[in-house]
Design a protein around this ligand. Structure first.
Ligand code: IMP
Ligand code: MG
Length: 178
């Protein structure tokens, strides 16, 4: 099956995304009130969300990048997660905002936030572009949520299917061939 044969059903347009991120920027600025902030992008999926979001944040902002990889069945607790690229910055005494693309089971963020908490940040919060959870499953709190959605498998705006579709400016539901 060629990647070009998949059907993409529009979910959020580039305009709808930009409008929502304006709102998130306001929420974030209201919360931090111009305090120094370290914003961390979880590669690769969050890269477009992160680059749009940080441009709305006021004050002195530092950027860093992390990448995590899950081995085995990542949707079960038997799957193990570790860093395939760690931060270059210390979190000690800093206000830290982690920016992730999608929260599904919440396991990836439970791992990441647990690791980061142990590095003694002044505060640690999570912004997620999409929260797929029905309600508060797992013990991961999303402090700033772009959209709550359960549209099946989505691609675009940084999100991939087998490394394709990340560059699309909008979000689409991927219709798998029957
Ligand atoms: P979790 O550990 O189950 O919360 O998995 C979240 C990760 O799975 C996200 O960071 C994404 O990389 C990936 N993911 C989950 N759902 C989707 C989707 O619909 N499209 C693309 N990636 C997804
Ligand atoms: Mg991801």
């Amino acid at each position: 099956m060629d990647i070009r044969d998949y059907k993409l059903n529009p979910v959020y347009s580039a305009e709808a995304i930009a409008k929502r991120i304006d709102g998130l920027g306001i929420e974030i600025n209201r919360h931090y009130k111009g305090e120094d902030l370290l914003v961390i992008c979880v590669l690769k999926g969050a890269v477009l969300f992160f680059s749009d979001l940080v441009r709305r944040i006021e004050g002195n902002v530092e950027l860093d990048f992390v990448r995590i990889a899950s081995y085995g069945k990542s949707s079960t607790s038997s799957g193990s997660i570790n860093f395939s690229k760690d931060l270059e910055t210390s979190l000690e005494g800093k206000h830290v905002l982690v920016v992730e693309d999608v929260i599904d089971s919440g396991l990836s963020m439970r791992f990441l936030l647990g690791q980061f908490k142990a590095r003694n940040p002044k505060s640690l919060k999570l912004a997620a572009f999409i929260d797929k959870r029905e309600c508060c499953e797992a013990d991961v709190v999303v402090d700033f949520t772009g959209f709550k959605s359960n549209d099946g498998f989505i691609v675009g705006y940084g999100l991939d299917y087998a490394e394709s579709f990340r560059q699309l400016p909008g979000i689409y539901e991927l219709e798998l061939p029957s």
